[in-house]
Design a protein around this ligand. Structure first.
Ligand code: AMP
Ligand code: MG
Length: 337
């Protein structure tokens, strides 16, 4: 199959809207990362997403809408609890995915769970594509399963060339990491994935939010994940990454002495004598989120075998990048006191 890259003109948005209605897969830009979209109401189309990505079939997908009224129109959930309404008012459209008790959503989307994950993206092109298709779209990140997520149309082309008919090029994704995922299906809200909306922002609106253990820690053998995606290898480039938790000085001293590649902050570059890939400014978590996946992919393109990475902070606004990098490194961390 030839994969066409399309600019987001009105004519092209109509072409992909029809393709989605006809059951085809389309790579689409969003403010978080690029998605691999299909008609969320058609189980057969949704199955094709799992094939194209090589995604385990027990890992459910997020359903994307372009208007809150579509939840009712397509009868996606059984009820919208009060705290969910508050979250919707505060953070939609935007990078927040909310898990609720499902109603009419095919089992292929939800991996047989009785809940469904829903998001209303803020990216104008995403909204236009959903509106043009006139159906909710199931869309995971548009990468090969296990690999770093795509933040440009060329990243999607790299992973999906020959497998899908269209990719809409909407430029670089502004947020750069996936949406925050929160479940309100139980009594206490639980953060299942940190992302574009921080835990502090959520707690400002609905009070205390628990953090699922697997957000920051590796699942132990036999432990069940609250979100199926947590149990899989994720975001990992071919490059072997080892994270180093250390001061500026200790990090530079260690990496220089090893002579391998560094995955570091912009400010580290001047202290390093090795090849450097910087993933943003120290303390500037938005810049780190915006660049991390592109840098991981660049290291693969350059054939880097081993890189020592600056371990980001793990709390507050830094949590989203930490969650991605610790998985990219397979939880391998060296502590230098
Ligand atoms: P991705 O589609 O790659 O952005 O990943 C979506 C994430 O949301 C995965 O980690 C899924 O496990 C999680 N997810 C989607 N639906 C549900 C659900 N109903 N319950 C729990 N987690 C979910
Ligand atoms: Mg993904």
């Amino acid at each position: 199959m030839e994969t066409k890259l399309l600019l987001p003109t009105q004519a092209n948005i109509e072409i992909v809207g029809k393709a989605l209605r006809d059951g085809l897969l389309v790579g689409i830009p969003t403010e978080t990362v690029y998605g691999l979209a299909a008609n969320a109401l058609n189980g057969n189309s949704v199955s094709e997403i799992f094939k194209a990505k090589g995604r385990p079939s027990d890992n459910p997908l997020i359903v994307h809408i372009s208007d809150i009224s579509q939840i009712q129109k397509f009868d996606l959930v059984s009820e919208i609890p009060e705290n969910v309404k508050k979250l919707m008012r505060s953070f939609w459209p935007g990078p927040l995915t909310i898990i609720m008790k499902k109603n009419c959503v095919p089992d292929e989307v939800t991996a047989g769970l009785d809940t469904v994950a829903i998001r209303f993206p803020s990216h104008k092109i995403t909204q236009k594509i959903i509106s043009s298709a006139n159906i909710p779209l199931a869309a995971p990140s548009a990468n090969t399963s296990g690999k770093p997520s795509p933040t440009t149309a060329m990243h999607v082309f790299h992973d999906m060339n020959g497998k899908i008919p269209y990719i809409v090029d909407g430029g670089i994704c502004e947020v750069g990491v996936e949406s925050t995922v929160i479940t309100v299906a139980e009594d206490v809200p639980v953060l299942l994935r940190p992302g574009g909306i921080s835990i502090a922002q959520l707690e400002n609106v609905i009070g205390h939010v628990e953090i699922a253990d697997a957000v920051l820690n590796q699942l132990k053998d036999g432990e069940t994940a609250q979100s199926p995606g947590m149990k899989y290898k994720h975001y990992a480039p071919d490059t072997h990454i080892i994270l180093i938790r250390a001061s500026d000085e200790k990090f530079a001293e260690y990496v220089n002495s090893q002579g391998a590649t560094a995955l570091c902050y912009d400010e580290d570059v001047k202290n390093l004598t090795v090849r450097c890939y910087s993933y943003g400014k120290k303390g500037d978590y938005a810049s780190q989120a915006n660049r991390i996946f592109d840098v991981l992919r660049q290291m693969d393109n350059d054939g880097v075998k081993l890189a020592y990475g600056r371990c980001p902070e793990s709390s507050g606004d830094a949590m989203a990048v930490y969650n991605r990098l610790i998985r990219a490194a397979g939880f391998e961390v060296i502590e230098l006191a």
